[in-house]
Design a protein around this ligand. Structure first.
Ligand SMILES: [Zn+2]
Length: 329
């Protein structure tokens, strides 16, 4: 480092001290306190933290294993949402039980349905109910990036003075998302074409299947609100047996009862189906683990699916970080 003439250095120090004194009270001012945000799902909470950095203080309502289709707000949640500067939810009919509360809350404070950032023409819907979109938009990086950008724009609206910072953090985050998408395409393509069938507890993987050209079949529909009938179980057993499908998957936020029924039904017809493992569908892994982030959750899913269906993927996933206890960051 070049040495400054002593007098210049002193002057510089003085200016810095003065700037510090001036900045002090402003920093402590409420105007620059972190935004208090509440997110319904852990996927949304994770992206808010990634994009918001130290400008936000995020509380996620739903932890690991919690089913958002059935979730009802607790008294504690109501307090948190009432006190928050803004509330973020997925929308697209995911959090069906919270809808009334959130639409009333939206009359009093900013409430963002971030799933709706996915353009209408990119949303999937059941043919029978075209006005009810598939809410699971976090299952395809290509659609999730709309949500990430929607969150960036929402934060910029709430704190315009930090818009540039949110933009830079978004760009860095989307680069990681894109790299993971490339890894996913590679390992999922290593599965033999005839085995690219994903059978799970409910229809959470429609966007995933659309993105990576996998056929997906859920025992229950888009929502876990309605139970699967016996006829649905029987027809899926026939599919497993006829097409010689070797592995099906349980989900961390849905009971494994129906998946076990498929395994038993196939066994009764002389076909052995393995449980390929537990996927994160509507919830993520524990806080402070890699699987507790969107990137880790997605890495876990694609790695597990590829390996269980006969493809090739490293056990530790894209970054050799799967299955480790704590995030070291
Ligand atoms: Zn779901």
């Amino acid at each position: 480092m070049t040495a400054f003439p002593r007098r210049a250095l002193t002057l510089k120090l003085l200016l810095l001290m003065l700037a510090g004194m001036l900045a002090g009270p402003v920093l402590a001012d409420e105007d620059d306190a972190p935004l208090k945000l509440v997110a319904t799902t852990a996927m949304i909470a994770d992206v808010l933290r990634e994009i918001g950095g130290e400008r936000v203080e995020v509380q996620g309502l739903m932890g690991p294993g919690v089913d958002p289709h059935l979730y009802r707000q607790t008294r504690h949640d109501v307090t948190a949402m009432t006190r928050a500067d803004a509330v973020f939810w997925n929308g697209l009919n995911l959090e069906a039980q919270l809808r009334n509360f959130l639409s009333r809350l939206a009359e009093r404070k900013p409430v963002f349905a971030v799933g709706e950032a996915v353009p209408v023409e990119q949303r999937l819907a059941d043919e029978a109910y075209p006005d009810q979109p598939d809410p699971h938009v976090w299952m395809d990086p290509g659609r999730w990036l709309w949500v990430v950008e929607g969150i960036r724009d929402a934060l910029a609206e709430l704190a315009p003075e930090h818009a540039q910072e949110f933009e830079a953090r978004t760009d860095a985050y989307l680069a990681k998302l894109e790299a993971l998408d490339g890894y996913a395409a590679m390992v999922l393509d290593s599965v033999p074409a005839s085995s690219r069938v994903l059978v799970t507890a409910h229809d959470a993987f429609g966007y995933f299947g659309d993105a990576y050209e996998y056929e997906v079949m859920g025992i229950q529909g888009f929502s876990t609100e309605s139970e699967a009938g016996l006829a649905r179980i029987e027809s899926l057993v026939d599919v497993l047996v006829d097409r010689r499908i070797g592995a099906i998957f349980i989900e961390s936020s849905v009971s494994d009862r129906n998946v076990q029924a498929l395994v038993e039904g196939a066994a009764a017809e002389g076909w052995t189906v393995e449980i390929g493992g537990e996927l994160f569908s509507d919830a993520m892994g524990p806080a402070a683990t890699y699987e507790g982030t969107w990137l880790g959750m997605f890495d876990h899913n694609v790695t597990l699916i590829a390996r269980a269906l006969g493809g090739e993927a490293p056990t530790g996933g894209r970054l050799e970080r799967l299955g480790q206890e704590e995030v070291s960051e």
